[in-house]
Design a protein around this ligand. Structure first.
Ligand SMILES: [Mg+2]
Length: 221
């Protein structure tokens, strides 16, 4: 299952040129192991959505990246039925009979959102899934600034970027190049002291991030 052309993604890239803060996450972590899910929940973020490829699994894979097992278990314990995966492949029209979504649900043990529009569009479909939960109380976690982070900001969610990818092997070559470019732009914006827009719920980033220095899962080059 591949991904068809993401026209919304191109359009949004131009919006970001006018407002670069749209691509700056509220919180940057190494990977999902560094998210303190209990604290995040206590801070008022009561629902959470994840990108899949290179955030939870290897590119186009269904299985959780094995080093993430413990963190993922913790996330599901804390968030229960308020965890969902939003992929730009599985669960979309590219996913015939949603076979991909069904396989991922089996492997990851959470719902995969069925949606028409691709990130960074389509947030209404996620908000609809979480029913009456205000967007400000939802976190979106992903590895891509121009899709996942812009998507979260567009709809008023708390945004968390996983900076260290699972692997670049087997990823879409264009996505690899764009992600590297995003990291360079984020570093530049940081040096320019340009920060993410303040989130509606005041968050203490140091409380939400676990300090786990060992970095064994990366193969980012
Ligand atoms: Mg991804």
């Amino acid at each position: 299952m591949g991904q068809s052309f993401n026209f919304q993604g191109i359009l949004q890239a131009f919006r970001v040129l006018a407002s670069p803060r749209l691509m700056i996450p509220n919180l940057v972590v190494r990977d999902i192991r560094d998210i303190n899910f209990e604290q995040l929940h206590k801070a008022g973020i009561v629902a959470i959505a994840f990108d899949k490829d290179n955030c939870l699994t290897r590119p186009y894979g269904n299985e959780l990246h094995p080093p993430f097992e413990e963190a993922w278990k913790k996330c599901k314990e804390v968030y229960r039925d308020k965890v969902v995966v939003v992929s730009n492949s599985a669960g979309t029209q590219d996913d015939k009979d949603h076979q991909g979504a069904i396989a991922i649900e089996k492997a990851l043990g959470v719902h995969v959102l069925r949606h028409q529009q691709k990130k960074p569009a389509g947030g209404d479909e996620l908000l609809h899934y979480f029913d009456s939960t205000p967007a400000s109380q939802i976190a979106f976690v992903g590895d891509r600034a121009l899709t996942d982070i812009v998507f979260g900001h567009n709809y008023g969610m708390l945004t968390i970027l996983t900076r260290q990818v699972v692997t670049e092997q087997g990823d879409n070559p264009m996505a690899v190049q764009i992600r590297r470019m995003e990291h360079r732009v984020l570093d530049l914006l940081d040096r320019m002291n340009i920060r993410a827009k303040e989130h509606a719920i005041p968050i203490d980033a140091s409380q939400l991030q676990k300090a786990t220095p060992s970095a064994s899962a990366s193969s980012e080059k």
